[in-house]
Design a protein around this ligand. Structure first.
Ligand SMILES: [Zn+2]
Length: 422
């Protein structure tokens, strides 16, 4: 038995309070509540500010210290016995999609805070400090890119560029940030790049696998990679009544053939692992009596296997050209993120704590991106998934069971103690 699989003397998990954790989700869901029962709490909005202020109130009531950094990331600290040790960090995000749910992101923040409280309630001392984090702007719905807070934390040289980002209304991030931090007068300022010992993120699965397999805990093995493309099809605007078929350069017609060709390429695996989405499709001039002269669309392609990302992604250009008919096609890769694997220290600790607690569990790959993918670049990192109803997420009807949320928080609390005292 190595040090990580050895159970902590007193169990922090036993002090996790399911009702307290659930009530905090209910309280947070009031900020940006939507008619269909979800939330619209976009990053650095008035709703986000109110949610952060309430969180700061809970932190103060508990007697923990709160810190804020230059991009608005929040850190709640419970000191360790070794004043020089880097913290064991856990957290997620408080912002949501415009039609988001009550659990995506906020669960990971509240679970981390619940873990700190439970560890405190159990009277457990840790060698390393423990911290709960709320990363700014994970969703990227209002300000792009997403996972901004965790990205900048791990790459501080990107800060100045991010501060200048504007939302659709022209609000500069820097100004929205100033209003946000002004609402947190008690939070102490903290610079970036303070060392982190390791990071664990708890999150709802956002997919249907745990529920279907009747598992309470997903021990996350990694986050799949992605490649994104912008495809432009350039034809010619023409009169719909007078232009014979032989003379047309119909960009929409060509684009439809291109998409059909791409579907043939990407719908290849019986296991249904590869994800291929044309999520945005824009036709110009988009007028009923004009042959469309210009179309652009996006490809979002994801797979956990690097070799598949390379092999299929590299064929996109060829398929577009082969199906372009008389149009011109321009293919631009807008993003390429390799898959990452969570192995070793944190993943082992998650598995060990889950087994000790006796929860039904399985290994699972994350289909969605998370803040953990950036922390992975600077410290040992892992994730804990809990089920969500029918796998529905990024949707106002997103739902999760209080018992499952508490189970994830119990695993997290024990993992944090194990990692902080190793
Ligand atoms: Zn999330």
């Amino acid at each position: 038995m190595n040090e990580i699989t050895k159970p902590a003397g007193k169990q922090a998990s036993a002090a996790v309070n399911e009702q307290r954790l659930w009530q905090r989700h209910v309280d947070m869901a009031k900020f940006g509540a939507t008619p269909k029962g979800g939330v619209n709490r976009q990053a650095l909005s008035a709703e986000d500010i109110k949610a952060r202020a309430l969180f700061a109130e809970w932190v103060a009531k508990r007697g923990f210290e709160l810190f804020v950094d230059e991009i608005g990331n929040l850190f709640v600290r419970r000191p360790g016995t070794d004043p020089n040790a880097a913290p064991v960090l856990s957290g997620s995000h408080m912002d949501s999609q415009p039609t988001g749910g009550r659990f995506d992101g906020i669960y990971g923040v509240l679970a981390a805070f619940e873990a700190l409280e439970a560890i405190d309630d159990a009277g457990i001392k840790t060698k390393r400090p423990l911290e709960a984090a709320a990363w700014t702007n994970e969703e990227g719905a209002r300000f792009a890119p997403g996972c901004m807070g965790s990205l900048v934390y791990t790459k501080p040289d990107r800060l100045q560029q991010m501060l200048q980002v504007k939302d659709a209304q022209g609000t500069v991030l820097k100004d929205a940030l100033a209003a946000t931090t002004a609402a947190l007068p008690k939070a102490k300022k903290r610079a970036f790049a303070t060392p982190v010992d390791c990071f664990i993120e708890a999150h709802i699965e956002q997919g249907p696998i745990l529920e279907a397999e009747k598992k309470t805990i997903g021990v996350v093995t990694g986050i799949q990679g992605s490649r994104r493309f912008k495809i432009e099809v350039i034809g010619q605007d023409d009169h719909a009544g007078t232009t014979p078929r032989a003379r047309r350069k119909d960009a929409l017609s060509a684009a439809v053939h291109i998409v059909a060709g791409l579907e043939k390429l990407f719908h290849w695996d019986k296991e249904d692992v590869t994800r291929f989405t044309v999520g945005r499709f824009v036709v110009e001039p988009n007028a009923p009596s004009v042959v469309p002269g210009y179309v652009w669309f996006t490809i979002d392609f994801r797979d956990p296997r690097l070799e598949i990302l390379d092999k299929l992604g590299d064929q996109v250009e060829g398929i577009c050209q082969a199906n372009a008919r008389k149009c011109e096609v321009k293919v631009t890769q807008t993003n390429r993120t390799p898959p990452i694997g969570f192995k070793g220290l944190v993943a082992d600790a998650v598995l060990a704590a889950t087994q000790r607690l006796g929860y039904p569990h399985m290994h699972i790959f994350s289909g969605a991106g998370h803040d953990a993918q950036h922390l992975f670049n600077i410290c040992p990192t892992g994730m804990i998934f809990v089920p969500c109803e029918r796998g529905i997420s990024h949707n106002e009807i997103e739902n999760a069971a209080p018992a499952d949320l508490a189970a994830g928080a119990r695993v997290l609390a024990d993992v944090m103690v194990d990692l902080a005292n190793r």
